[in-house]
Design a protein around this ligand. Structure first.
Ligand SMILES: [Zn+2]
Ligand SMILES: [Zn+2]
Length: 272
């Protein structure tokens, strides 16, 4: 039986031979093997550049996730369901048991893998023009990053796992900001033409949009889905605000909800 590290080395050889599918397979076998019964936080036996993780599992995970993001490969939930399942098992809302990640180092590595999974799943959802799911995955990744400051900000001294993850987190922040801004623009556009809407996540808007696909082509989408909720009181947007029990409005917090109650009361009770 090969060790995880032997499988990893095998994957690298396959990649150097240009065998893409086989490499992708080998990374998955390697990751599953380590997750099942090897030391999760083991380091690579050789030096690596500052911008990549030293942990061998972290390095393999980075390469594995990278396959989904490379537009030359076309790996998606449909074309690679087993690989997608592995990626999705590190989505924070997957409910999967990760109790083998023990101790401080284990927990940090788990967070890193969850953040990478969140970004990758977000981008995959985005490619399917599921903006709302993309925003949700991004938000989950940011929530994890907020619990470990070295992941949340790139510092001059950052390196390896911290630098790699902080770079990913920066990309998540940028992507989420673009989504949020776009939702705001759409909502304003709708108001300008005399329609309401675009205030809630997953709301489908009748707004044709040009969209660039993963392969770089431009397509026209007839509708667009809101990725964020807007607070019914103050208008702030986020990937997930708390919804009123009627589900038709959302708020930042109970404060905003209380302040909006007089305005919303009638509509709220009428909707039950
Ligand atoms: Zn608010
Ligand atoms: Zn309500």
């Amino acid at each position: 039986m090969s060790t995880g590290f032997a499988l990893f080395q095998h994957a690298e050889i396959l990649y150097s031979q240009g065998k893409v599918d086989e490499t992708f397979e080998a990374y998955q076998r390697c990751i599953k093997k380590v997750l099942k019964n090897e030391l999760l936080t083991a380091k690579l036996p050789h030096a690596v550049p500052n911008q990549v993780p030293q942990e061998f599992l972290g390095y393999a995970w980075m390469n594995f996730a990278g396959f989904f993001l490379d537009p030359n490969f076309n790996y998606t939930q449909d074309t690679a369901p087993e690989a997608y399942k592995l990626l999705h098992s590190f989505c924070t809302s997957s409910g999967r048991d990760h109790s083998r990640f023990r101790g401080t180092q284990g927990q940090i590595l788990l967070k890193a893998m969850q953040i990478v999974a969140g970004l990758t799943l977000g981008l995959l959802a985005w490619d399917k023009s599921d903006r709302a799911t993309a925003a949700k995955r991004y938000q989950e990744a940011l929530d994890i990053a907020a619990t470990h400051p070295p992941f949340n900000q790139i510092l001059p001294a950052s390196k390896h796992l911290d630098l790699f993850v902080a770079t990913q987190v920066q990309q998540v922040k940028d992507n989420l900001e673009i989504l949020t801004q776009k939702d705001d623009d759409n909502a304003q556009l709708l108001r300008a033409v005399g329609f309401g809407g675009g205030q809630l996540r997953k709301e489908v808007l009748n707004l044709p949009q040009m969209r660039r696909t993963a392969t770089g082509e431009f397509v026209v989408e007839k509708t667009i889905t809101s990725a964020t909720d807007a607070c019914a009181h103050c208008g702030s947007r986020a990937a997930k605000l708390r919804r009123c029990t009627c589900r038709r409005v959302a708020y930042c917090n109970t404060e905003c909800q209380k302040l909006n109650w007089k305005t919303h009361k009638m509509a709220c009770q009428a909707g039950r």
